[in-house]
Design a protein around this ligand. Structure first.
Ligand code: SOE
Length: 388
């Protein structure tokens, strides 16, 4: 296969990250099947034309239904808000297109299962956008765990902390609307921690949770780009916040490890603290996305006089993707996680295998999100259904 022609729905924050990945892959991964930025799709014709020119897409469509029927597209990339995922993914699969969908996969577990059913029935490849798996330091944590160097795992401690809506006058953007986003900090941020926990430690068997919406009404937005927005000055235009501002939960893993998770948009000073610590009987690792090239590592076997966490910069020749980027110590960034993710997708399409993480991971994550929500409602432990 010489190339994969992409049709992408959405052109804002994630659309920019994905466009950049398609742009850079031929430059840095010349042996990987070439992605072609064929058609970009969005509802607002002016915004769409601007994005098409800025990101370098060949064509533009204002209706995703026309996009998924086009003969000149092989892969549909869905990074529109979460309530749009299901219909687009199912229609894309029914038209024989491979699908790449941002997280969380769907608004509900039932919808995510329908989406998995559709891609399976169509026999197309599918990937869900858990990009943090692709940071070299996270891959190092994975290889230390898989090779047994941390021993038996006892704890996973995951935090995803942000502060972009801490101001009560920040407007009611789509991420605060349950109908559009499914949930708040839980599905947006907690989903990443859940995926990292499953990737690194294993399946979760049960959860107990609590959550809070600290600011219950917010002004109507007049515009939004990325995570910034402007509010209407008309104070009568207040809208109910229908999602969680913060969700905390505890979990048991099938392998006996214990997990604790905290997802919040109310942690001043934390712009994007996606972090975890994992403890095993032979050692520990600590990761914080704000210092994404580093993994802190502790081994119980170190000589007693030098015991302590060491800071490993995961860009040495021993580490994933180091041959692609810069000399040791020359760091990489957020955008590389998307590049690595899309490389996995393109290689999988080329090699006729399923990429990882795929919709099965999306469904299990959705099942955990649902169990967390049930636990919040019932104030009790809830078993997780890990069937896909
Ligand atoms: C906003 O909270 C956001 O951009 C999430 O939507 C992303 O998935 C996360 O990676 C960073 O924060």
């Amino acid at each position: 296969m010489a190339e994969v022609r992409v049709g992408m729905v959405g052109y804002k924050f994630m659309g920019k990250a994905h466009s950049h990945a398609y742009h850079d892959i031929p430059l840095f991964f010349p042996k990987v099947v070439r992605p072609i930025k064929q058609v970009i799709c969005g509802r607002d014709p002016d915004g769409l034309q601007g994005a098409r020119t800025q990101f370098g897409w060949n064509h533009a469509e204002t209706d995703w239904r026309r996009l998924v029927e086009r003969d000149d597209v092989d892969l549909i990339d869905v990074n529109a808000p979460s309530n749009a995922h299901k219909d687009i993914v199912i229609a894309a699969a029914q038209n024989g297109k491979h699908v790449f969908c941002e997280k969380p996969l769907a608004l509900t577990l039932a919808d995510s299962r329908e989406m998995l059913g559709a891609v399976r029935e169509a026999g197309v490849k599918h990937m869900v956008g858990f990009n943090y798996r692709f940071a070299p330091a996270v891959k190092l944590a994975k290889s230390l765990i898989d090779s047994g160097r941390l021993g038996k795992i006892y704890h996973f401690r995951g935090l995803f902390l942000q502060d972009w809506i801490i101001d009560p006058s920040f407007p009611h953007v789509w991420r605060l609307d349950k109908e559009v986003a499914g949930s708040g900090s839980l599905g947006d941020l907690g989903a990443h921690s859940i995926d990292l926990a499953r990737f690194l430690v294993g399946e979760i068997s049960e959860v107990v949770a609590m959550s809070e919406t600290f600011v219950k009404r917010r002004p109507k937005p007049t515009s939004m780009t990325g995570l910034t927005a402007t509010a209407s000055s008309d104070t009568s235009e207040m809208v109910d916040v229908t999602v969680d501002d913060a969700t905390l939960f505890m979990a048991r893993f099938e392998n006996g490890a214990l997990g604790s998770f905290e997802a919040t948009r109310f942690a001043p000073g934390h712009r994007c603290t996606n972090s975890f610590e994992i403890n095993g009987n032979l050692g520990s690792v600590r990761f914080d996305f704000e210092r994404m090239n580093e993994l802190e590592v502790y081994f119980t076997s170190d000589e007693s006089d030098v015991q302590g966490f060491r800071r490993v910069i995961a860009t040495d020749p021993a580490h994933a993707y180091s041959d692609i980027w810069w000399p040791p110590g020359h760091t990489i960034g957020y955008e590389q996680t998307f590049i690595h993710e899309v490389v996995e997708l393109l290689q999988a399409i080329d090699e006729d295998r399923l990429p990882l993480p795929n919709f099965e991971d999306g469904v299990i994550c959705q099942s955990i999100l649902q169990s967390v929500e049930q636990s919040i409602e019932t104030r009790a432990w809830v078993k997780v259904d890990n069937r896909v």
